[in-house]
Design a binder for this molecule. Sequence first.
Ligand code: PRX
Length: 635
Amino acid sequence: MSNYHIKHLEEYFQVYRKSVRNPEAFWEEIAEEHFMWRKKWNSVLEYDFTKPEIKWFDGAQLNITENCIDRHLHIRGDKTAILFEPNSPDEEAQHITYRELHAKVCQFANVLKSQGIKKGDRVVIYLPMIPELAISILACARIGAVHSVVFAGFSAIALSTRINDCDAKMVITSDGSYRGAKTIDLKGIVDDALEDSPGVATVLVAKRINSDIQMKEGRDKWLLPLLDAESTECEPEIMDAEDPLFILYTSGSTGRPKGMLHTTGGYMVYTAYTFKNVFQYKEDDVYWCTADIGWITGHSYIVYGPLANGATTVMFEGVPSYPDFGRFWEVVQKHKVTQFYTAPTAIRALAKENLDFVTKYDLSSLKVLGTVGEPINEEAWHWYNDHVGDKKCPIVDTWWQTETGGILISPIPFATPTKPTYATLPMPGIQPALMDENGKEIFGNQVDGRLCIKFPWPSIARTIWGDHKRYKDTYFSAFQDMYFTGDGALRDEVGYYRITGRVDDVIIVSGHNLGTAPIEDAINEHPAVAESAIVGFPHDIKGNALYGYVILKETGESRDRENLKKEINQVITEHIGPIAKLDKIQFVPGLPKTRSGKIMRRILRKIASNDMGNLGDTSTLLNPEVVENIIQERL
Ligand code: PRX
């Protein structure tokens, strides 16, 4: 029996039992047998969820890029590591071998050093899905700099907030990006952001769209000549297992974005292990995850997990609808993709289009299909299964979070029987618990509750950058001695888990986490707005869309409502990015509030979802009369 690669259901149960009986021995064996350490650990795990403090493989030393690149060179140096598929099908794909990747990462790492970046410094990466993105991440890891990738769809204000929060010295960007038929002026966004981020000394600029951009003397430098001047060898910095690897921002229900900090050793072990099992990865496979590396999915399952296994990982720059809705399937056929991992929102969007876009391509190379980021509805699951997988490819509905670093609940293909809409069973080492509102664990099957995890796993985030108290309050205070996920879940009669959605004020739109508070803060910046409240409502393609209730100031009352709506979405785009735009905006005279002044979002959510049958008792509200008005004027 191999702990590392599970092949059938009985084996899963055996491995799982072993993993929870003695988690330390379980992870130690995996860490020892499958990775390259410069020094062994003193202890496998030390943790205390009350502080909270979590350390895996403490005292061990390694460099994650040695594990993701160097150790593959003598066995698969000429194998493609990164297969870059550009935005336009007319541009040729690039096959970057492990040997080439090694040289490129070393050169980039040398550039970082020559620009004064040292171990522990933070580097913000704001790049489209081009090879430089993966290479710059690995270059940071090579020298022990902490990368923080900001999704290139975020606005200048959002970028600047993140740069300042982690006090980054450098930003890596490009002259622009392609997105379908459009180009985006990324460098212009960086220039705007840096007006409010004086700590950034250097901006490295990759060339992608050959646009005519402004370069600020002394600060902005073209990447290519710097790379060309450097050696293709760079000794890896030897890191402690618990040294920071990266910061990745995620939305919270309140306030500023949370900079989740992931460390080196445990993150590597867990992402590699789950990649191997969840995708049943084999040596000659061509694996494709369509996520953007600006999200955790791309970090763990485009870059680190696949490369740690010596896999070929596809990096796709484009969008599913360009030049037409067959693009995904054209790429699958062209590169003979074996594992395909995407988001339910993409599946729903493609399922609406003519089936010819799928059937005209040969998808017979596919073995495993995956989804991530939000619940997948039954209809989308069947469409994916029938038309993409031809009923032959197990669908892994993988549940996890930015905070968890890797997949926690998912079927293992060819081992766990799948069930539509169910993420099914926990990965080895993961101990889920469902909790009731009084903080008691709900045992048995056919129950639902708040989803917690009872025991640490190697890739759990260790803190929120600069705000350990918020880390404790958000994840370890709701339930004693447990990590609280913020999700609700049910456990069916055989013990399978189904994630039912967020139980806090985070709304998932097209698979992206959006906090209500930052959007409301942005709207309230509009001079005509007095107050606002955002809720989610079901949407055919996005899963959820945003519904905003807005109270105008007296000065705004006379303004044209349609113009105001446009302006409000413009303010949101400026503060966060287009992903947070509202689908519906209703101007209201007041918001339903409790006597203590708290907005009753439950009522607003029901109205937005057209579910007015059961609004509950509104008589105890401070202002029950506004509810009637809101219902009447509902959009
Ligand atoms: O609500 C869950 C939902 O996405 C949240 C995490 O979002 P984020 O940190 O952006 O990471 C997304 C990619 C890992 C979760 O709290 N979620 C994620 N995967 C699933 C899911 N909901 C249902 N089913 C899933 N498979």
